[in-house]
Design a protein around this ligand. Sequence first.
Ligand SMILES: NC(=O)NC(NC(N)=O)C(=O)[O-]
Ligand SMILES: [Zn+2]
Ligand SMILES: [Zn+2]
Length: 466
Amino acid sequence: MQPNTWNCIIKGGLVVLPDRIEQLDIVIQEGRIQSLMPYQTASEELPLPVIDAAGLHVLPGAIDIHVHFNEPGLGAWEGFETGSAALAAGGITTYVDMPLNGVPPTVKPEYLILKKQAAEGRSYVDYALWGGLVEGNIDQLEGLAAGGAAGFKAFMSEPGGEGEEIFTRADDQTLLEGMKEIARLGGVLAVHAEDEQLVSVLAAEARQQGRMDAIDYIHSRPVEAEMLAVQQALSYARESGCALHFVHISSREAVDIIIAAKKEGLDVTVETCPHYLVLTEESMLTQGSIVKCAPPLRSRQQQEQLWEAVREGLIDIIASDHSPCPPAMKQSDDFFAVWGGISGGQSTLLLMLEQGYHQRGIPLPQLMQMLADQPAERLGLSHIKGKIAEGMDADLVLVNLTEPYELTYEELYDRHKQNPYTGFTFSSTIVRTLVRGNTVYQSEQGLVSQPVGRFIARQPGGVVHG
Ligand SMILES: NC(=O)NC(NC(N)=O)C(=O)[O-]
Ligand SMILES: [Zn+2]
Ligand SMILES: [Zn+2]
């Protein structure tokens, strides 16, 4: 048997397939789904350990393509062990770590190797790694792709950050030339789309006038800044032919611009995050810096329009943008100065089940398209991850949709436990998380295995396990 893979049968669960839900037995061999069999036809034949899933739903393990775990260099902010433990407890079985907020940032092949070494043997779930596109590193992109980078990330606004070699904003020329190179490599570029010119002028004006509260921060990063940057990035995608992914889109206006480009035939995808669907600018006024993010939380009306986009199937991917920091970096009277980032990695699936399925009646297969199938598709992982089908990795989450679960401070596995939904009671409980057939988390016992996660190297034209 390959290391880190397991054999078992998951019996009688309500299995969420891409287009329907069916009661099935799932036979797992060598960490892969060997067969999906009608209920009660598998367990007698095969001498395998049986996991009884009667009364539970079996979902494909969620795939979070947008987390910041801060290693190498800034493990005190999060780190692979605590970050991936939080994801395992939240039913996430694969993540893709962002190239910034670590030291050094992942902008050279040798830095990608350092990150792989930092993660080796320390992740509870499988992972891939983003490379970065920054000013002056276009000649490094081919080496990053050869090293297995899942794709590339660029910022159109200043990302901020710490360390002597921080991740910088991609100016227009870097963005366009970088997209041409990424298109040549057959890769994808993920973009933080806010117009730096507009947000920096508005922030400077506010600070000159001594206006440095949460509301001033919110007003300094209006929806117009997101729309401007989206339009600019799309114009470069048209010119370069580069596949484009917009991270953490916060407004329906930006979604509509992206959908129009999709209809033109551009290869473009759109991601939003649970915090834009669950929290509003009011939350930033009441909960303060723990929910500071860029783009900022929007109005209730914006939120409902974003939910409509989710329901209409216009949102390709839901990702956490788990972006932690030491608590001290969240404390300042100047709201512009505190770290921007929300630590929601453990609660993405719970929130989307709660507000998407329970409250808005969005079917589970449709939810899991955004949480698993389409994230895998975007990063060339979809022949091994992202759905429940024969031959796929046995990355599964058993959920009890009728058992309430309180996300207490003690239940949080991330390092600084700054999850804004702490204390919230959900209608569903994540009962068990399996990575390639191995149970890594169980609701009663918590983490129940060593870190079994593996690096997934993306090779041009396909993916092989690292
Ligand atoms: N430097 C960051 O981690 N930034 C992140 N922070 C947010 N979104 O507030 C991001 O993804 O832009
Ligand atoms: Zn961002
Ligand atoms: Zn981010």
